[in-house]
Design a protein around this ligand. Structure first.
Ligand SMILES: Nc1ncnc2c1ncn2[C@@H]1O[C@H](COP(=O)(O)OP(=O)(O)OP(=O)(O)O)[C@@H](O)[C@H]1O
Ligand SMILES: [Mg+2]
Length: 234
């Protein structure tokens, strides 16, 4: 069974008296362990697709299944549970809480899931080790570089051991060297842990760190390309 199944997905936004069709019938599957880049011009539906895959939004038509569970059959609370259990999010703007140090930021999803402080600290320390930031655990976000802040955000996404990490332009606010090191880290974590990674990027070079590129245009898949695993990346 594929981890992710998107079937004839349509998403129409009602904005005033007009309707905007952001996704016009998109179908694809993602197997557990894949690393996928989603590309496409501004407005082509990338974030809309990520929101549906992240169980933050529902399709207008068609179906979305993650680990075999169809989101259309779940109520809002069940959707939130599914999201908390299966999905880790990484954002362009990191979205760290400025008053919490790195470790406490990484613990946040565990607070929501009701873990005690001992376990939270243990898991957060492990996640910070995964991203190579164990020696920055007590730094506030303002005391970290942009790349380090994004690594903390990645640790926060990984700490619940999700089946998939969804990253919407994770390197959009980083310079190109820092972006490459984040991409190498994503590759490394994907290969070491088997966590599925789906990222949106505007940058062809960053996209090619993945093993597959799905290109959207006007709410449709224009191309779904498997990259040669033997090709030298970076
Ligand atoms: N909440 C909303 N209400 C109405 N229209 C929306 C809403 N969100 C997105 N849209 C429209 O849906 C289309 C797809 O938007 P989406 O944010 O998915 O694009 P995108 O590919 O992520 O673009 P970008 O690269 O600029 O982030 C756009 O035309 C946008 O204006
Ligand atoms: Mg977007």
């Amino acid at each position: 069974m594929p981890l992710i199944e998107v079937e004839q997905l349509r998403r129409v936004y009602a904005s005033g008296r007009r309707e905007v069709e952001a996704l016009s019938g998109v179908s694809f599957q993602v197997e557990a362990g894949e690393f996928v880049s989603i590309m496409g011009p501004s407005g082509s539906g990338k974030s809309t697709l990520m929101n549906v895959m992240g169980c933050l939004d529902r399709p207008s038509e068609g179906d979305y299944r993650i680990s075999g569970q169809s989101v259309s059959q779940l109520d809002t609370a069940q959707l939130a549970d599914l999201r908390g259990g299966e999905i880790g999010f990484v954002f362009q703007t990191f979205n760290l809480i400025p008053t919490l140090d790195a470790r406490s930021n990484v613990e946040v999803p565990l607070v929501y899931r009701g873990f005690g402080s001992g376990e939270r600290s243990k898991w957060a320390t492990q996640a910070l080790q995964q991203v190579g930031l164990q020696d920055r655990a007590d730094h506030l976000p303002a005391e970290l570089s942009g790349g380090e802040q994004q690594r903390v955000a990645l640790a926060r996404a990984l700490v619940t051991r999700p089946s998939v990490v969804l990253a919407d332009e994770p390197t959009g606010n980083l310079d190109s060297d820092t972006s490459e090191s984040i991409m190498r880290l994503l590759q490394d974590i994907n290969q070491r842990t088997g966590v599925t990674i789906i990222q949106v990027t505007h940058d062809e070079h960053m996209a090619r760190f993945a093993r597959r590129i799905i290109r959207l245009r006007d709410g449709l898949i224009q191309q779904d390309e498997q990259l040669d695993p033997g090709a030298v990346r970076a």
